[in-house]
Design a protein around this ligand. Structure first.
Ligand code: KIV
Length: 272
């Protein structure tokens, strides 16, 4: 069933805030290249996130830490060339904004200028407040990211659910209010209890987009390669796989190998 996804010619940060106000859920998926982004945009996804998960999905790193600003710009510019409708949000990679607000602004400007993306996302709460302010002052929309923040994996030590304890939950709620007050247009909440996420979504007027944060938020985001089943060794509870492309592709490719070996490909019609 196709639901109300062609009504907006072009999604802007304002569209997302309006969607929340109207109770319309926001769909968001990652993409890192032109061909995938074309499909995702054409299917009516509202927001395409050029996530630093490209570090894992595209480059095979264990964490998101190694991906560079240049590499993020390369991925983002490929995505932007494919888009007619979606808002394109680009992750500021690890090391491109944490040291000081001026560097954060320089990195955000490079992303906007060199990739053509429409907004940036960065991880963290009050520790990145000054950087967010700087970026916003330059007219660049910022999406926050709280809960499980993969760029801090070595501090957390694991990818398990965050903010289960009261102290961390209180800090997360305060950070969400701070992000709204500072001027972020949306917040991603990753892997936190559904009840807490719903509470946060109710407490702010900007959209809260969840991944592993339950159904009481304003929208959902998944990593594209996980939801289409191209990856197959990752089974978090929150992930719904809509296809099993790993198996389908493996069987198509091994069929091709057999056809070549058996001299069945190309046949008479497949040559000049
Ligand atoms: O990089 C990414 O894909 C993300 C999502 C998991 C929200 O930040």
């Amino acid at each position: 069933m196709s639901v109300a996804k062609k009504e907006y010619k072009r999604i802007t940060v304002k569209t997302l805030v309006d969607m929340k106000a109207n109770g319309e859920k926001i769909s968001m998926l990652t993409a890192y290249d032109y061909t995938m982004a074309k499909i995702v945009d054409g299917a009516g996804v509202d927001v395409i996130l050029v996530g630093d998960s490209a570090s894992n999905v595209m480059a095979g790193h264990e964490t998101t830490l190694p991906i560079t600003l240049d590499q993020m710009i390369y991925h983002a510019s490929s995505v932007v060339r494919a888009i007619d409708r979606a808002l394109v949000v680009v992750d500021l990679p690890f090391g491109s904004y944490q040291s000081d607000p001026k560097e954060a602004l320089r990195s955000a400007i490079r992303i906007m200028k060199e990739s053509g993306g429409h907004a940036v996302k960065l991880e963290g709460g009050k520790e990145v407040k000054e950087s967010i302010k700087r970026i916003l002052n330059a007219g660049i929309p910022v999406m926050g990211h709280l809960g499980l923040t993969p760029q801090s994996i070595y501090k957390f030590g694991t990818y398990t659910v965050r903010a289960k304890e009261e102290e961390e939950a209180i800090r997360l709620k305060e950070d969400a209010l701070m992000l709204e007050k500072t001027g972020c247009f949306a917040i991603v909440l990753e892997k936190i209890p559904a009840k807490l996420a719903a509470e946060v979504a109710k407490s702010v007027s900007i959209p809260v987009i969840g991944i592993g944060a339950g159904n009481g938020v304003d929208g959902q985001v998944l990593v594209l390669h996980d939801m289409i089943g191209m990856t197959h060794e990752f089974h978090p509870r929150f992930l719904r796989r809509y296809m099993n492309l790993y198996e389908d592709m493996t069987s198509a490719i091994s069929q091709y190998v057999d056809d070549v070996k058996m001299k069945d490909f190309p046949n008479d019609e497949e040559q000049y």
